[in-house]
Every structure is written in C-alpha cells, then in structure tokens.
Design a protein around this ligand. Structure first.
Ligand code: TRP
Length: 450
C-alpha cells in the first residue's frame, strides 16, 4: 500500500536540500564553539580528515541504500535483506532511527525557537517595544513554548507540502540567502578591531592537541551530526533522487558544502568573539577557556551587537536570520524521516500525518522545556553521542554486507556508468564493510570509556 512517491526535480534541488539538511546549527554554532574549546586550528584539521574519511563513506551508505530501495528508512532496511534475521534487524534499526530523528527534532526545535526569539527582538527594539524585547530575550517557560511552537509549525507547514513543493522549493530559496548573509557578516566583522586576533586563534593550529582523544571524539561526533547521519535523513533524501544522477560525485559535493560552510562560519564566529573582547566583553571562563556554549550565542554576541549602536540591530537581525534559516532547512529533514515512514506504511495523506507527528514531537519538546535541567542535555547526549555513531555503523554494515555487491554496483552504475574503473569502487566497498565500522566503534568506545 504505497502512496505515490515524490522526487527532487533536479540535481541542484537535491544538492541544496541535502546541503540544507547538513548545514544547520551544528555548523554555525556547534563547529565554531567546538573549535574554540578544542584548541583552534588543530580541531579544524582533525575535523576535515574525519569528515572525509569516516563521515563521507557513511553518507554514501545511506544515499545508496535509499536510492536503491526507493523507500522510507524502515521499509528500505527491511527490503534489502534476504534473510529473516537481517530483515528483522533492518526493521528494528529503521524504527530506532525514526525515534532518534524525532528526538533530535524535539531538542533542535527548542534551540531554533531561541534563534527566532532573537531574530524578532531587534524589530521590537527598533519599534520601541522594550517589554516585548525583554520577554523575548529572557529565558522563561512561556517564551520557550511560544517560540518552539512557532518553529515547529513552520517545519510542519513545509513538510506537509511534500518533496518538490516543500523541501526542494524552500531549500532552493533559503540556501542562497544563507550563504549571502554569512558572507556579508564576515566582511563586516573583519573590518572591526580585534577581528585579526580571533582569526589567528582560529587558523593557527596548536599541533600538540591533534592526538588528544577528547578532541578526536568531539570531531567525530560533530562530523556525524553535521552531515545529518545515522537516523535515515540522508537515506530518505537519497530515495527521492533520480537514478540518472552520479551518487559518489553528489556525495562529495554535499560533504564539501557542509564542511566548507562550517569552516566559513568559523571565520565569522571566532573573530566576532575577539571583537567583543575588544569592546570589553568577558570572553573567557574562569578556567581560561573561551566561552563556548549557549552563553556565546546569547550573551557574548548580543553584547557585541548592542555595543555597535544602530548598526548592531541590523547585524543582530541578519545573524539570527542566518541561524533561523540554517535551522529550518535542517529541521524539515528530520521531520521527513518519521513522516515518510508513516505515510508509506499507512497510506494516509501526507499533510494529515505531518501535523499529527509534528504535534507529537512538539509535545516532547514541551516535556523537555518543563523539565529542562533533567532532560535537555540527557536527550542531546542520548541521541547525538550514543545513538548516531552506533546507527551509523549499522547503516555501513547494511550497505556493505546486506546489500549485495552486484546490487551496489548496479545501483552506482545508474548515473555513473564508469564507476567500476574509478577509485570510489576500488576503495569504498571494503571501506564501508570493515574500516568504517571498526574506526567508528573504536572511537566510540574510547569516548564512552573516557
Ligand atoms: N546536520 C544538521 C546540523 O548541522 C542537523 C541535522 C539535520 C541532523 N538532520 C539531522 C542531525 C539528522 C542528526 C540527524 O545542524
């Protein structure tokens, strides 16, 4: 009982949608702050190596399974299996992915709500509505519920419209805007006093930290989260991609755009911190580390913006527009995981299912908001630290061992007929069967033990 499936209308549409999923708060907030707390340039180097060595092969595993099966994550993992055991295991992994994707969306919605609040605040301040501005920028249950609900509704509205009219249309509109705002902000920040000091901290690697296990684990987690891996997001996007397209090439482009934007975002955030320092803001914690977590985005940068006078309002508006755009093109890709599964398994209409599932996930967000200290960090760790890498291993094993070598090759040959003689086919199959799972597991257990 399958409803008619959507498809991306063009290669560019797919690339912008997949890059939109990948480029999110993880790039613009997560990557620069992890860099700041992990010794600057050394983290950047390790991150790039891991992104291409481990995350790219895992991305390919998801894209290939998805395009081959042309189905949601649960059906896809079940249908490529030939034995009863792997079919059961595949279905279980698929459902686990659906649950984890939904939980990631539940906390992402809260953080994205904060971005919306700070996006509206410069407008209310410009209009002289200082009470509303204060309400928007001060943490409260009511503010968090209202802004998270607004963001959840935007996400549902786009997903209800389907692949071409929802995901593709909005990614194609928003991603160029994101890029333009990012560049304009960088140009502006670079002209401010203090920026060059920050640039040096960002770009000059402290090589002594490169072998630090904590740094390597943070970089691996960051790479998986940033490429949206492990929960079937890329699998389901791949399932909407035309058979004409060359998968390994598209995967390289998506990885390059994602890591490239993370790198460029660092050129904005780290120098901004040092500009703030120049204007007298405290940017170090008591232990001498750079302030990294929420305080960076919601304290250091706003102090910087307000010290800039009128232009600060424009800069704040532009910055939080950038963050909100990055968040929407990612959150839609998370919601698509449970929605595609439910639509294809029940045959009910997409809009109705979208609003039902979206509301259930928002209820989980509300639960997190009401029990913030107990649950928020717990859910983030459960999903991103503990579940995503293990699910990533499962996807690699399914692509490498369950999807037969002949089928893999046949799938790749559609869209890239010469693939058999190229480097990808020489390296990737063994890589995804053995090297990737072993390296991910070693890093994972190292981090859990550490
Ligand atoms: N990659 C996005 C970011 O960097 C977040 C994201 C979107 C994601 N879809 C995902 C993370 C699926 C994990 C799984 O912010």
């Amino acid at each position: 009982m399958s409803a008619p499936r959507g498809q991306f209308s063009s290669k560019l549409g797919f690339i912008l949608a997949a890059a939109g999923s990948a480029v999110g708060l993880g790039n613009i907030w997560g990557f620069p702050t992890q860099t700041a707390s992990n010794g600057g340039g050394a983290f950047v180097v390790v991150y790039f190596v891991l992104a291409f060595m481990l995350a790219y092969p895992a991305l390919m595993a998801e894209l290939i399974i998805g395009r081959h099966a042309r189905a949601n994550v649960v059906t896809a993992l079940g249908s490529i299996s030939s034995s009863r055991f792997t079919r059961l295991a595949g279905t279980a992994v698929g459902y686990y992915g659906v649950v984890i994707a939904s939980l990631i969306l539940s906390f992402y919605t809260i953080v994205a709500g904060w971005m919306l609040a700070h996006l509206i605040e410069p407008l209310t301040t410009a209009l002289g509505l200082s009470n509303i501005s204060a309400w928007l920028t001060q943490n409260s249950v009511a503010r968090n519920l209202a802004t998270a609900a607004t963001f959840a509704l935007i996400t549902m509205w786009i997903i209800a419209r389907g692949i071409e009219n929802g995901i593709e249309k909005w990614s194609t509109r928003l991603m160029p805007m994101l890029f333009a705002i990012l560049l304009l902000l960088i140009i502006y920040v670079m002209t401010r006093p203090g920026a060059m000091e920050g640039l040096a901290v960002y770009l000059v690697p402290d090589w002594s930290r490169v072998t630090d296990p904590g740094l390597i684990i943070d970089a691996l987690g960051q790479a998986f989260f940033s490429l949206s891996l492990g929960v079937g997001t890329m699998l389901v996007y791949g399932s909407y991609l035309s058979k004409r397209e060359n998968l390994p090439g598209i995967g390289v482009i998506v990885t390059l755009v994602d890591t490239g934007i993370a790198f460029i975002a660092g050129l904005l955030i780290i120098p901004s911190i040092y500009v703030a320092k120049h204007y007298g803001t405290t940017i170090f914690t008591e232990t001498g580390e750079l302030i990294a977590g929420p305080d960076l985005i919601f304290q250091v940068l706003p102090t910087l913006f307000s010290s800039m006078g009128e232009i600060g309002l424009v800069a704040a508006f532009a910055f939080f527009t950038l963050m909100s755009i990055a968040a929407v093109t990612s959150s839609i890709s998370m919601l698509e995981v449970p929605v595609s599964t439910a639509v294809e398994q029940t045959g009910l209409s997409r809009p109705r299912i979208t609003y039902v599932i979206g509301t259930v996930i928002f209820a989980i967000s509300a639960l997190l908001i009401f029990n913030f200290p107990a649950l928020f960090v717990f859910v983030i760790d459960l999903t991103t630290k503990y579940s995503e890498p293990l699910l990533g291993v499962a996807f690699c094993l399914f692509a490498g061992w369950v999807l037969h070598r002949d089928k893999l090759l046949a799938e790749l040959k559609q869209g890239s007929p010469e693939v058999e003689s190229g480097i990808f086919w020489k390296v990737w199959p063994l890589y995804v069967r053995v090297v990737c799972p072993v390296l991910i597991l070693v890093t994972f257990f190292h981090s859990v033990g550490a």
